[in-house]
Structures are given as structure tokens and as C-alpha cells.
Design a protein around this ligand. Structure first.
Ligand SMILES: Cc1cc2nc3c(=O)[nH]c(=O)nc-3n(C[C@H](O)[C@H](O)[C@H](O)COP(=O)(O)O)c2cc1C
Length: 219
């Protein structure tokens, strides 16, 4: 190797080593951040679920009694996407008490809106929460329970009350108020809650009978 080439070797190797180290550092940092965001989201979800169901409604560990259902047709339509969706199961004395479905309102104003829909075993809505969304601050973000009580309008409703045809916002001749200036968001969420109820009605028995994701007992 001539002198000119040799003199270039050291800076090139140093630069390469620094690049590799920086990339590895950034990758570790990004993994750590993603894990932290996931953990924060999980903690938030757990708080919401604890609000949606009363502690006297169930006596099992709902956070371990979880199944994942595939959103294959025609269920993809009812769950909002073809992606896997988690369902948490609440039981009392071994009997089905409620299910919390993670569903997606696909047609939000600014993209999909992820919802937690808690449904008692008799098909009545216990409550709904917006888990993730990108709706506009001051408009569509009023689906958040911290910002308005709009979501509470679904509590106690079922596919019988109101009848299916009335499961729409007032603007569309249904019975649910829309958030002022945010009909698109309100419509998307109302349809998604209705669809979650329809999914639950069609699959209630297998939902409670399936083994949990860890393969353990579903009791
Ligand atoms: C900057 C901007 C942000 C908006 N954000 C939302 C939103 O988050 N959700 C929504 O439903 N409509 C949003 N809209 C309004 C929609 O364009 C549409 O007018 C509205 O959903 C219709 O509802 P309304 O009939 O109650 O006004 C937004 C409009 C603008 C200009």
C-alpha cells in the first residue's frame, strides 16, 4: 500500500467506527423511547378500563384474560380494520360479565381513531374511550373524556335501544348528538361503537370461550 493510501486509512476507519457507533446508539435510544411510549399507553389504557368497569362488575384479572381476534372479512368491517384486535374479558364467578373491545373508527377526520368499547355481557355499552387519534384540537378531540362528556352518550345503549337504524348522529337522522363542528369525527365514532356491538352480538360465545393469548385457562 502506498503512503497516500495508508494516510487515508486511519480517518476512514475512524469515520466508519463513529458512524456505526452513532447508528447503534440512535437505534437503542429509539427502541427505548418506543418501549416507554408503549408502557405509557398501556398504563393509560389500564386506567381507562378501570374507569369503564366498576371493580364489583368482575373478579378476574381482565388484563391477563385477553384474546386477539383477526379482523378477517366480514369482521374486518365491524372491527374497523383487518389488523388483529385485542379483546379483554371480564368475568364474575366464572361467568361472562363484560368484554372490552379495541376497535378502530376507520373514517375519522384525520385518520383512524382507536377506541376501547366496553360492553356488558347482556350487550349494553358500559362505556367508550378514545385511545389514540389525531383529530383536531378543539374540534374532533372532544371525543376525549378529559375534554368533553360526549363519549358518555353511548353508556347504557344497546342494539335494541336505540334500534339499529337509529344508531347515527342527529345530522344523519339518528339519536346521537354530534360534537359541534366535528360531525365527521362524531359519525365515525358512532358507527364504530354500533359495529363493535354487532361484532359482540355475533361472537359473544366464542369470545368468552377462547383460551387467552398466553394459552391459559379462560376462567
Ligand atoms: C382545520 C380544520 C380542522 C377540522 N377538524 C375536524 C375534526 O377534527 N373533526 C371533524 O369532524 N371535523 C373537522 N373539521 C370540520 C370538517 O371540515 C367539517 O366541516 C365538519 O366535520 C362538519 O361538521 P359540522 O357540520 O358539524 O360543521 C375541521 C375543519 C377544519 C377547517
Amino acid at each position: 500500500m502506498d503512503i497516500a493510501k495508508r494516510s487515508l486509512l486511519v480517518p476512514i476507519m475512524t469515520f466508519t467506527a463513529l458512524t456505526v457507533l452513532t447508528a447503534a446508539g440512535l437505534s437503542a435510544l429509539s427502541t427505548h423511547s418506543a418501549e416507554r411510549i408503549d408502557a405509557n399507553q398501556r398504563a393509560w389504557d389500564m386506567r381507562q378500563i378501570n374507569e369503564l368497569l366498576s371493580a364489583t362488575d368482575y373478579d378476574n384479572d381482565i388484563f391477563s384474560d385477553v384474546i386477539v381476534v383477526e379482523g378477517t372479512a366480514p369482521d374486518a368491517q365491524l372491527l374497523g380494520t383487518g389488523a388483529p384486535h385485542e379483546i379483554l374479558r371480564a368475568r364474575k364467578n366464572g361467568q361472562p360479565a363484560a368484554a372490552i373491545l379495541r376497535v378502530t373508527a376507520a373514517s375519522g377526520y384525520s385518520g383512524p381513531i382507536e377506541l376501547l368499547v366496553a360492553i356488558y355481557a347482556d350487550g349494553t355499552v358500559a362505556g367508550v374511550r378514545a385511545a389514540r387519534h389525531r383529530e383536531t384540537p378543539g374540534l374532533g378531540d372532544r371525543i376525549e373524556i378529559e375534554r368533553s362528556s360526549w363519549m358518555t352518550g353511548f353508556e347504557g345503549r344497546s342494539l335494541q335501544a336505540p334500534p339499529l337504524a337509529d344508531w347515527a348522529i342527529r345530522r344523519d337522522d339518528g339519536v346521537f348528538d354530534q360534537i359541534t363542528g366535528a360531525s365527521v369525527t362524531s359519525r365515525a365514532v358512532t358507527s364504530a361503537v354500533r359495529d363493535a356491538l354487532q361484532y359482540f352480538e355475533a361472537h359473544k360465545t366464542p369470545v368468552f370461550a377462547a383460551p387467552d393469548v398466553a394459552g391459559g385457562s379462560s376462567q
